[in-house]
Design a protein. Structure first.
Length: 554
């Protein structure tokens, strides 16, 4: 009994027994901790591979072959966790919206159009270290993704004219040329370009002054720095090596000027450091001089004439007319929101007339916004991998039109007065085109023909009549004023009658346009214009320079 009691109460060796019992559990916990650390390290490595692959691949957009090859080479050269071969489904090409943060893949991955982003997924197999006996049958795949965005920057110039006649471009030019006959003329347009270029950083230095370090300022700060217009013009003439130009201070003006009034800048550039932006971007000096002389980037300040006629409550008429627009220059990121845009109109006319103003309700109110020879250009894509002269370098979306119209006519209109410059104009006889620029055309004017057709002209006229008809209908809903209870029924009848007439007229015009298009009149009109060498509302777009970079989408 005593021996049994000693055996039962003896505690020697208990820790060894406990350790033997807990050893597998401790090894399991230690192995799990080690493998978790290894897993996290491999996750970070895989994410860095995805980031680097997306960043490298985006530099070769929109070429799908070169883009995928760049992504694959990055992953193959970093085989710390084994060789990884990316499938085509792991490398998707498309566009990235920075506002919504959504990547949208191109429908055609073999020939993606206007691609500016690439989505890369890197799969990496995780092999446990201490827990491999337990997880040996598990196929653990780590997947990490990244979106690389091409940050292509362009500087481009847009110019246009209302009417041009170039017999050397006409079909008859082959007949007239040998006879020594020919005529080149442009009406309401800009002619001539100098080839002298200036770096944008040099231009920023002129404005900021030599005593100011550009690395201190953001691009937005430099755009708003003020400088004497006359002094900057003289600097440009000297720096550009142009012939001596007599600049008349009274004609040019000696007041302050900002670069933002000359160059349209993309919003994405504004937060960048001025000293680091676009060192390769060069602008045409002569275009800058012309733009400054006309303040081309600001339509409200360019050459204009006001013709006010004020007869008190009887009649109040205001007319503002702007003529001749020099080339417009824009600089910015391709795919920015909003995109860099250059807009030009050779004629702007704003008319506001009030007849018998009865304290907020006029007998007749007319607001008219008319523009002639209009053009707008925005960059769509940039091919940073272009190397051969025949390679497509950039694509621009260009809208051209011989005229744009907006009209509001009010009888006893008690609505708030309409500012003509805020009215949305209807393009008449114009269209939108995708203009491709080859590498060999860098710095050269690329003509943009206006797609003028008779059927399109009639269709746009029908749209214009429809907007006037809807405006007349809206007036009936707001009819009021001192004499409204007497005249509103009459006004409603007049407006209803006019609306019906305009609706019928618009439908007839639209039907006539479709009929003429079916007869082939559009093709005949274009053939006739080509025969005579006549161009209507044609524009030129010049890709002054470009720079390519890449960034990760966050």
């Amino acid at each position: 009994m005593a021996a049994l009691k000693r055996f039962l109460t003896d505690a020697s060796g208990a820790l060894s027994i406990l350790f033997v019992i807990l050893m597998p559990l401790l090894m399991l916990i230690g192995g799990a901790a080690t493998d978790v650390s290894l897993l996290n390290a491999q996750k970070r490595f895989t994410q860095s591979q995805a980031d680097l692959a997306a960043l490298s691949a985006s530099r070769y957009l929109p070429d799908p072959v070169a883009t995928r090859q760049a992504a694959r080479e990055v992953v193959l050269h970093n085989g710390k966790y084994g060789q990884i071969t990316l499938a085509d489904s792991d490398i998707l090409i498309g566009r990235y919206d920075p506002v919504s943060g959504v990547f949208t893949q191109a429908p055609n991955q073999v020939r993606p159009e206007f691609a500016s982003a690439v989505h890369v997924v890197v799969p990496s197999r995780f092999r446990p270290f201490l827990l491999s006996p337990i997880l040996s049958d598990e196929n653990i795949i780590i997947k990490r993704a990244a979106v690389g965005v091409q940050r292509g920057v362009v500087a481009f110039t847009l110019r246009n004219r209302l009417l041009s006649l170039h017999t050397d471009r006409a079909i008859l030019g082959r007949v007239l040329g040998p006879l020594g006959l020919g005529l080149n003329a442009e009406v309401l347009g800009y002619m001539g370009l100098a080839t002298t270029k200036i770096s944008l950083n040099n231009l920023l230095g002129l404005i900021a002054g030599t005593e100011v370090g550009l690395d201190v300022f953001s691009f937005n700060d430099v755009l708003n720095l003020q400088v004497s217009r006359l002094a900057l013009l003289n600097h440009l003439v000297t720096l550009g090596g142009l012939a001596k130009i007599d600049i008349i201070p009274t004609a040019v003006g000696t007041g302050p000027l900002t670069l933002g009034q000359i160059v349209g800048a993309s919003p994405g550039l504004l937060g960048l450091t001025a000293g680091d932006i676009l060192p390769d971007i060069k602008l045409n000096v002569f275009d800058l001089v012309m733009a400054m002389a006309g303040l081309a980037a600001d339509p409200n300040q360019r050459l204009s004439v006001d013709l006010p006629i004020n007869l008190g409550n009887l009649a109040n008429i205001s007319v503002s007319l702007g003529l001749i627009r020099p080339p417009v220059i824009a600089v910015g990121y391709v795919g920015d929101t909003p995109p860099p845009k250059a807009s030009v109109a050779q004629v702007d006319a704003l008319v506001l007339a009030n007849v018998l103003d009865l304290g907020g309700t006029g007998l007749l109110r007319v607001a008219l916004n008319v523009a002639a020879a209009t053009a707008t250009a925005v960059p769509v894509s940039l091919n940073c991998s272009a190397t051969a002269p025949s390679d497509q370098l950039a694509v621009f979306s260009v809208q051209t039109a011989p005229a744009e119209l907006a009209l509001n006519v009010g009888l006893l209109d008690s609505r708030a007065g309409v500012d003509p410059k805020d009215m949305e104009r209807i393009k008449v006889g114009g269209g939108t085109q995708q203009v491709a620029i080859r590498l060999s055309e860098l710095g050269k004017p690329v003509p943009v023909r206006n797609p003028l057709t008779l059927s399109g002209l009639l269709r746009d006229t029908s749209r214009f009549l429809e907007t006037v008809r809807k405006d007349l209908q809206d007036q009936v809903k707001t009819c009021g004023g001192p004499l409204g209870f007497l005249l509103c029924p009459l006004l409603g009848l007049v407006n209803l009658t006019l609306s019906v007439l305009l609706g019928v007229l618009g439908a007839l015009v639209d039907s006539l346009g479709k009929f003429l298009a079916a007869l082939g009149v559009d093709e005949f009109l274009q053939w006739l214009l080509d025969l005579l060498g006549i161009g209507v509302a044609q524009a030129d777009i010049i890709l002054d320079s470009y720079a390519c970079g890449a960034a990760l989408a966050r």
